[in-house]
Design a protein around this ligand. Structure first.
Ligand code: CDP
Length: 221
C-alpha cells in the first residue's frame, strides 16, 4: 500500500502555487486544498456582513458563529460557510483582494481556520485520495510542519504582477506580500528545510516537473 502523502506548497501572491498544486493533484490523485480560498471566503463573508478588520469584537463574534463544512468537487476541497460555497468571482473580487491580507493578519481569524485546515487530511483519506496537496503561506511552517514534502515557490515581483494582470485581475500583489510577510501571526516565510524554487525564468511545466520528481521517486521506492 503506497503511503498517504502530505505536500505543502507556500509562496507569495501569483507565485504559481495553484497551477502546481492542481497539476500534482491530477498526477498523483491528491486532494487539492487552496487555503488562500479559505481566507478569501472568510473575508467575503466579513465584507458581506459589513465588518472591518479593525472591529475585532465584531469579527470575533462572527467567527464564533461560523459553521464551516467541506465540499469535495472533482479533486478540490471547497469550503462551505453555512452550507454555501462562495463563488470564485466573489473570492477574486477587487474588494476581497484589497481586504484579505488585513483579515488574514488577525490571530483570531487564523486560529478559526487552524483545525479546519488540518482536518482536510482526514477529508482526503475519507474520499480515497492518495494524499493531500495544500497551498498557502504557512502550510510548511504552521499547518503541516511535518509534511512529507515542503516547497516554497517564489518569482520576481514584476513577473508575478505580469502573470496576475494576464489573468485579468485587479490585484496589488506587492502590497499583499508586504502585509503577509510582515505580520506577527504566521508570516509568509520559506520553511526551514523546504525545497525553494525560483520560477521567474521557468515555465510552469518545468516547475511542476521539479516538484513532481521527488514525489514520484518516493512513490516508486
Ligand atoms: O492566489 P494568490 O497567491 O493571489 O493568493 P491566495 O493564495 O488566494 O491568498 C490570499 C491571501 O490569503 C494572502 O494574500 C494571505 O493574506 C492570505 N493567506 C494566508 O494568510 N495564509 C494562507 N495559508 C493562505 C492565504
Amino acid at each position: 500500500m503506497p503511503p498517504f502523502l502530505i505536500i505543502a506548497i507556500d509562496g507569495g501572491a501569483a507565485a504559481g502555487k495553484s497551477t502546481t498544486a492542481r497539476a500534482l493533484s491530477e498526477r498523483f490523485h491528491f486532494l487539492h486544498v487552496d487555503t488562500g480560498s479559505y481566507y478569501r471566503a472568510l473575508t467575503a463573508e466579513m465584507l458581506r456582513a459589513g465588518l472591518s478588520p479593525a472591529d475585532l469584537p465584531a469579527v470575533e463574534a462572527a467567527l464564533a458563529a461560523l459553521a464551516l463544512g467541506t465540499r469535495v468537487e472533482s479533486r478540490r476541497a471547497l469550503m462551505e460557510v453555512a452550507n454555501r460555497v462562495v463563488p470564485d468571482a466573489e473570492l477574486r473580487s477587487p474588494a476581497v483582494n484589497a481586504h484579505v491580507s488585513h483579515f488574514a493578519a488577525l490571530p483570531s481569524v487564523r486560529s478559526a481556520l487552524l483545525a479546519y485546515q488540518r482536518d482536510q487530511a482526514a477529508v482526503a483519506r475519507r474520499h480515497g485520495f492518495a494524499g493531500l496537496v495544500m497551498e498557502g503561506r504557512d502550510i510548511g511552517t504552521i499547518i503541516f510542519p511535518d509534511a512529507d514534502f515542503r516547497f516554497f515557490l517564489h518569482a520576481d515581483p514584476a513577473e508575478r504582477a505580469r502573470r496576475r494582470a494576464a489573468e485579468g485581475q485587479q490585484d496589488s500583489i506587492a502590497e499583499r506580500d508586504r502585509l503577509d510577510s510582515s505580520r506577527k501571526a504566521a508570516p509568509l516565510a520559506c520553511p526551514i528545510g523546504a525545497i525553494d524554487i525560483d520560477s521567474t525564468l521557468l515555465d510552469l511545466e518545468t516547475v511542476v516537473e521539479t516538484v513532481a520528481a521527488p514525489i514520484a521517486a518516493r512513490l516508486a521506492a
